[in-house]
Design a protein around this ligand. Structure first.
Ligand code: NDP
Ligand code: 2IT
Length: 453
């Protein structure tokens, strides 16, 4: 890296020891921004990069709750308010045992660029807890959510910071947290997004990340006069993003071969059709079961439990045209990327945040495949959250077709911005540089306008 990027990166690693995921996210962005350092000397003068790697505020708090055995449990809650340059802090809440400050900061950092790309008035933040919702009863989840919100409420608000869902936080958790916020504040406001349709939610919000991912993929394929029809597709994860990614792929005539969870993955060589997808949606969303149960019903399919001893994930070694990682960070390493490329993958588009390691990303870029980085490709979720906020402010509910067409437009605009920025500053079609640069420039200009804050 050039000296300025190097200098900032070494400060970040020194000031934030042990935060590997945060270092990784910052490193990738700084690498792309080398291309604009000379074009915008004012960014250096105003110390934009130095400010952007320092969160505006980090809140950490204790979350006590009582489990069904009447034992007191203590978890740690976080909210990282990264940047308010473009609007109120906006970003999801993750409930997962692995949550720590590094993961929260990498997600909040990425969110700033992603939200900027949407073109909406959204700052960036992220939060969550190391609470593990798996195997907990509804009442345990409710008690946890109420306790979490009993502290969080004082830091958020419809014009201040608007959380939403992420891993482990879906409609059920948003409902419990919204109820508690309303009770404490005595206000019915759009303080959270991802709400139920009857009480302030938006049409298409549950589908938005997955649908947006596929709209962006269509835009990428169009640059090569290609479509998704008939393409063999690999999907990891089996949560919100994965399932609606599959739904849109099926609608467009693609073939879905896999889903996974943290215990293993299923491979259905005949393809997971609409009926099979309905079974999985019921299994995951209603029964909260494990993906392994798929092979009990569809006996021709295969199940592969996770083997932690392996240096690659066999899911990514299945021959396919397209891959959609939709589970978690760093789920595609260098070896996985090699396996995908060896099987002739044409497109990799990220539903999860930072699912590919830097070595994997570099391989995809070097080989010139269509590689869509998370900040651009999964921005549909937060974009529709932004539309939910607009509907809440106007006290209106837009139709499904209106929200869907807005989502399509936003994804198309982001795709165009990425191409344009990559062409101007880097290599046309390098969506990583394109997304980082386009996302950054908008935030940087707003920061200059707003003075030294
Ligand atoms: P869900 O909780 O609905 O689903 C997560 C899925 O990923 C589950 O199948 C889960 O399996 C699997 N998973 C989670 N952590 C791990 C892990 N450490 N190892 C293996 N599998 C894992 O979350 P979402 O679908 O909402 O989120 C998926 C990804 O998409 C995340 O990276 C999130 O940040 C990103 N994202 C989400 C958006 C949204 O609007 N929801 C928007 C943009 C990005 P298991 O059940 O076993 O844990
Ligand atoms: O990573 C993400 O963009 C999300 N989890 C969605 C954030 C939001 O505010 O809708």
């Amino acid at each position: 890296m050039q000296s300025i990027a190097n200098e900032i990166y070494s400060q970040v690693t020194q000031k934030n020891p042990g935060e590997a995921e945060f270092h990784q996210a910052v490193h990738e962005v700084l690498h792309s921004l080398e291309h604009v350092v000379d074009a915008y000397p004012e960014f250096r003068y105003h110390k934009i990069l130095d400010r952007m790697v320092e969160p505006e505020r980090i809140i950490t708090f204790r979350v006590p709750w009582v489990d069904d055995a009447e034992e007191l449990q203590i978890n740690r809650g976080f909210r990282v308010e990264m940047s308010s340059a473009l609007g109120p802090y906006k970003g999801g809440l993750r409930f997962h045992a692995s949550v720590n400050q590094s993961i929260m900061k990498f997600l909040a950092f990425e969110q700033v660029f992603k939200n900027s790309l949407t073109g909406l008035s959204l700052g960036g933040g992220k939060g969550g807890s190391d609470f593990n919702p798996k195997g907990k009863s509804d009442l345990e989840v409710m008690r946890f959510c109420q306790s979490f919100m009993t502290e969080l409420y004082r830091h958020i608000g419809e014009n201040t910071d608007i959380p939403a869902g992420d891993i482990g936080v879906g409609g059920r958790e948003i409902g419990f947290m919204f109820g508690q916020y309303k009770r404490i504040k005595n206000q019915f406001t759009g303080v959270l997004t991802g709400k139920g349709l009857e009480w302030g939610g938006s049409n298409i919000r549950p589908e938005a990340t997955g649908y947006g991912l596929i709209y962006f993929s269509q835009n990428m394929l169009e640059t090569r006069s290609d479509t998704l029809e008939g393409k063999n597709c690999l999907i990891s994860g089996s949560g919100n993003v994965a399932l609606y990614t599959a739904e849109k792929l099926l609608e467009l005539g693609a073939k879905v071969l896999t889903f996974s969870d943290s215990n293993g993955f299923i491979h259905d060589p005949y393809g997971i059709d609409r009926e099979k997808l309905d079974f999985i949606m019921q299994l995951k969303n209603i029964r909260r079961g494990r993906i392994a149960e798929y092979i009990e019903k569809y006996k021709h399919a295969h199940y592969y439990p996770v083997e932690f001893s392996r240096d690659y994930n066999p899911l990514w070694a299945i021959p396919a045209d397209c891959a959609f990682p939709c589970a978690t960070q760093n789920e595609i390493n260098e070896k996985d990327a090699q396996n995908l490329l060896a099987n002739g993958v044409l497109l990799v588009a990220e539903g999860a945040n930072m699912p590919t390691t830097e070595e994997g990303v570099n391989l995809f870029i070097d080989k010139g495949i269509l590689y869509g980085p998370a900040k651009a490709t999964n921005a549909g979720g937060v974009a529709v959250s932004g539309l939910e906020m607009s509907q809440n402010s106007a006290r209106l509910l837009w139709t499904r077709s209106k929200v869907d067409s807005e989502l399509k437009n936003i994804m198309k605009r982001i795709h165009g911005l990425c191409l344009e920025s990559s062409e101007r500053y880097s290599t046309k079609g390098n969506y990583v540089d394109g997304a980082n640069i386009a996302g950054f420039v908008r935030v940087a200009e707003a920061m200059i306008d707003q003075g030294y804050v």
